[in-house]
Structures are given as C-alpha cells and as structure tokens.
Design a protein around this ligand. Structure first.
Ligand SMILES: Nc1ncnc2c1ncn2[C@@H]1O[C@H](COP(=O)(O)OP(=O)(O)OP(=O)(O)O)[C@@H](O)[C@H]1O
Ligand SMILES: [Mg+2]
Length: 261
C-alpha cells in the first residue's frame, strides 16, 4: 500500500477540467516529483490533496484512510504539510514565530490555558520553541530565528516555508516549486535538504520545473499535461518518453538530461 493513493481525481472549473481522472501513488519513504507544463494542473492537484478545494470526483487516501471529504486542517492533523508556489510568510512575525505557526494545529492547549499561562501551557510553549529551533537548524536558518521574516532573502524565505512545514514532523510533505528563483548553489543545497527530510522519515511529493533538480532527486516522476497524467515511472524512463518530450521537455532538454545521466 502506498502512503498516498490518489484515484481518478478530477476537478472542473467553469468549463475547464483542470485535473482529469489523475491516478497517483506515492510510496512511503520516497521523493516523488509531479511535473508538467504551466497550467498542467500540478498546483491544483496539490490543492485537492491538501483539501484547499474539493474534487468533482475521485478519491484520496492517506495510509489507507479515505481523506477525500476531510477539511484541510484535519488533513494537517493526519500528518500532511505543504509549502506554496507563491511564498506565504507572515510579514509581521519573526522567523521563529513563522515556524511556530506550523505547530498551531498540533498544540493541545485550550484558550483558557493560554490566558492563565498554566504550567502545562508554559511547558508546551517551551517544547514548541525547541521544535521550531530544531526545524530552523535543519533548513540552515538557526542564526536568523529572531530576525523579521521579511528581512530574509528570497531563497531563505523559501527555506523558512519548508521549516514551517516540517516542524510538526509530517508524514507527507508537499513542496510546490521549492527551487523557483534559487541560484544553482541554493538549488544544490535544497536537494541535500530534501534528502535529509526524507531520510528523517518524511515522504516528499514535489512540483518543480528545474529538471536537473527533479531528475537528480526523484525516485519516481509523474507527468501531467492539460490535467491528464501522461507518464509515470522512474526518472530515466520518463525523460525518454516521447509523449513527455513532446508535451514538456523538448528534444534539447531531454538530450541534456540524458547526457547528464
Ligand atoms: N480556482 C480556479 N478557478 C478556475 N481555474 C483555475 C483555478 N485554479 C486553477 N485554474 C486553472 O487550472 C489550470 C491548472 O492550473 P495549475 O495552477 O494547477 O497549473 P500548474 O500545473 O500548477 O502550472 P504552473 O507550472 O504554471 O504553476 C490552469 O488553466 C488554471 O488557470
Ligand atoms: Mg503551479
């Protein structure tokens, strides 16, 4: 059984079938890439999986449990976390506080505890801060904890989003274009970070247009085009697939990837 099993997932927006009967199986412990041209339905698939929008039809199972009808916050509670294609950080908060928001759903305290600052709450708060600092350490931002989030450079803001997503130790992490806007050195560091996250026990599903990054890191690749799945398999097989070369890669990129091994 796969950790994530998406069956025949479909969503229609006024006249447009943005995601069309997509099947997707993400194995536990893997790094799985979802690729395809602009507008192929990748982000929409993430929005369906994380519960931001409801599907027209189809089903989503996490660890065998049907979560198709669960609201987004309940899916987070089931161990799902994500980052967004367009960075979403809280501008008025520090780096550390931004990471703490990733634990919000998991904190057990009720409002009364918070208001009265009961010992249980203070202990939880200390634990939460320790976990947030550990997440910042993992992404390499430990030294920036008390800075304003907006003071971070763009690439660092992307890593902050990842810290916020992993702080609750999700089983499944969805990253939407994590390498976008990064230079080659940052992209290489990102690849190492994603591997560390996977090695620590989090399964990763990522959308990315940087094919060098994808082919170097993914155990499996699924390709969408116009909302439909057109290929699914090992990176080496997918990059040679004529349908994928025609719809997305182009002959030049395919040849370069082939040469790079
Ligand atoms: N809420 C919405 N209402 C109507 N159409 C939408 C909505 N969200 C997405 N779409 C459309 O669905 C299609 C798929 O969009 P999506 O954002 O999933 O593409 P993508 O594969 O993530 O592309 P990119 O690589 O550019 O990020 C596009 O044609 C988009 O315009
Ligand atoms: Mg997108």
């Amino acid at each position: 059984m796969s950790l994530l099993e998406v069956s025949s997932l479909t969503v229609r927006f006024a006249g447009l079938v943005a995601v069309d009967a997509v099947d997707l199986a993400v194995e536990a412990g893997s790094i799985h890439a979802l690729i395809g041209p602009n507008g192929a339905g990748k982000t929409t698939t993430f929005n369906l999986i994380t519960g931001l929008i409801p599907p027209t039809s189809g089903s989503i199972r996490l660890d065998g449990v049907d979560i198709t009808a669960l609201p987004a916050f309940r899916r987070a509670g089931c161990g799902m976390a994500r980052s967004f294609q367009n960075i979403r950080i809280f501008a008025g908060l520090t780096v550390l506080e931004n990471v703490l928001t990733g634990l919000h759903a998991g904190l057990g305290s009720n409002l009364l505890d918070v208001v009265l600052r009961l010992p249980g709450f203070r202990r939880q708060e200390r634990d939460a801060v320790a976990r947030a600092r550990a997440a910042l350490e993992i992404v390499g931002l430990a030294g920036r904890a008390d800075d304003a989030a907006t003071a971070l450079a763009y690439g660092d803001q992307r890593r902050l989003e990842i810290a916020r997503a992993i702080v609750a130790r999700p089983r499944l992490l969805l990253l939407d274009e994590p390498a976008a806007g990064m230079n080659p050195a940052e992209t290489e560091a990102l690849a190492a970070l994603v591997r560390r996250i996977r090695d620590a026990g989090t399964t990763v599903l990522l959308v990315e247009h940087d094919m060098g990054f994808v082919m170097g890191i993914a155990d499996r690749v699924t390709v969408l085009n116009f909302g439909r799945r057109i290929a699914d398999g090992a990176p080496a097989a997918v990059r040679r697939d004529p349908a994928v070369i025609t719809a997305y890669l182009g002959a030049k990129v395919a040849a370069r990837l082939e040469a790079a091994g």
